[in-house]
Design a protein around this ligand. Sequence first.
Ligand code: ZN
Length: 676
Amino acid sequence: MVLPHAPALSLLSALLGLLAAVGAVQAATVVSVAADGRVSLAGVGDIAAGTVLELRRGDDLLGFLEATKTKAGTSIRVIAGRAEAGAQAIAIERPRIRVGFLGGPEGERVSKELAVLCPGRVVSLGGEAELDAAKLDAVVITASAPEPQVRRFVEGGGTAIVDLAVYAAWAGGEARQITATERPVVEVVAASDATRGLAVGQAFTHFGRQATRPVCRCLDKARGGGQVLLALRPGKQPVAVEHRIGKGRLLALDLLAPNGEPGYDAGSVLKWVLPGNLLARSVRYTRALSYRLKTHDEYMKLQEAVAERVKGTWVREQVGVDSGGKPIWRFRMGSLDRPSFLLDGAIHAGEWLNPYLLLDLIDYLAHVPEADYRTRWLLRHYTVLVIPMLSGSMRQESFNGCDLNRNFDFRWDDYTRGYGWRKGRALKLRGAAPFSEPEARVVRDHIWNHPVVGYVNTHMHGLQHGAMFIAPHKLAAPRRRAFDAAAKIMAAHLRDRFLWKGPRQLVFRRSAHDGRTVPFAGNWAGYQGLWAVTTELAGGSDHSLHNKEVAFEGILAFLHAVGAEFAAGKRPWLGCPRTGFARPGGHKDATALVFTRGGKQTIAYRTNRGGGTLRLALPPEGCRLADEAGKPVAWQPGGDHCLLPMDTRRRFFLCGAATRQQVLDALKRATSIDDR
Ligand SMILES: [Zn+2]
């Protein structure tokens, strides 16, 4: 049985005027779970391998499924969270709108890019072709076409995206080409569904190149009834014009001139955003480009304005002082005793976009739309802690001249050689000791003292590398189920929305820190047992739109996947009150967290290499040792102490009747015997 999607989503989509544009009707199906845990979907014959589905029950997110190819056909498996019989499975669908293309040789590049943006959905139309609303939802035109025919198509509810030259010719005119010495800039002069993600008054570069000079095409003026969306600065000549005709819309813009790589090259970064918004609902979260403010004060004013706006939902509070004496602010939604997510920005303060991205995320979480039931569910059960700007230095190094993302206690002692700009400076950059830096201690103390289950550490790197979604090193966090699920979920959401260095689609590339072991915050957090991810974005203001969309999808997918895993009973200890402890027994590769559960203390501990025996000064009565699945592990009780095997697997030592203070004291006095 194929059910229509929840009315809330349909209504929202209708409000946004996007229903036709995105093919937003999602099919839900009912999940059956067999006694052996196998999942099947009733009534779904052909579900393509690779399809990711959400599992929903009422207003709750349960988890995610993936269809995989097997010898016997397609099978369904849970990739995060849990399946329950009777739950709904909702496929994360790609946009479905059918697009016709009408263009000659000059439109070859447009045609190629369009085919990549809307794979399998573009029909090439001959010059004589009738625009048939029954077969097409939209048409992209770069060659001359009869206006009455296009107009009829639009009146009937179609979307027509036409090059400026075609549009100008309808009135007997021509699009003008302006050759400039400076890079032409266009300003957003009106808001529309097409300009989603760009705020009125914002400007971005928009040009192509002829020989070596930048060129931009524009009109002298819009035709009657047209609303100018983009205009050249400073002359105000229209570059994008929208007409609402009948039930549809016509967007005229310069498709042919900007000939750099979309998403990547200056002048062409945002080339497909307006058409993409109509063809694929490209922008879903972002409301404006981000511009880098020059000073810390200016940024903080922006942060304060956001705090004021979200007051009532978020609390902004100071959680420390950075090495330059600047306050470190945290936004908190929810109480500190609930399972929490921690996100931070500007651990490398020169990586400018993240402090802005995180403010956008705070804004979004303050007003999550009805349709995003996944995030609404998440916020009902989890607290979110966001530190948008960990270091206020506004450059890569902290005020102390440290690389804060080398100051964490995961193979910190090994970090003796840097590369690139860090070459020859590793010993200075890593700090005098693990957590010698106040900024790193703020992160550490959150993870040590609060029930943080998931951690997101945000970065930027060179544009050429593109956006990356990175797992901790396998020696820090060997299990990647939730990370892999998040990578699949966000990839499913990102399909067919943006082009990048093309013609190819923009992705949030899944990666892992599996080369050198580096004392990254993300590695250390993963090593403590949390679910952790590091993100890398790229570029300047023009790129901020794509990058923020990618980051939103990645971060939300991570929160949803981890939230579903934890709710399904994975790593339940992470939700308990705890105290962190460094290097138990003086073992530099070991770590411990002391959890309190039902008044009893449990030490979760492990090393990241080698092994040993931990001699713990605690009376052994009532103690026991178990692995993560709860299976007993052999250990040796002494008269007044316990001898615990220690290796790279996390063990859980239940400390009998000892109080937390007694356990911490015992850890302080512990010694270790290195078996290597
Ligand atoms: Zn960085």
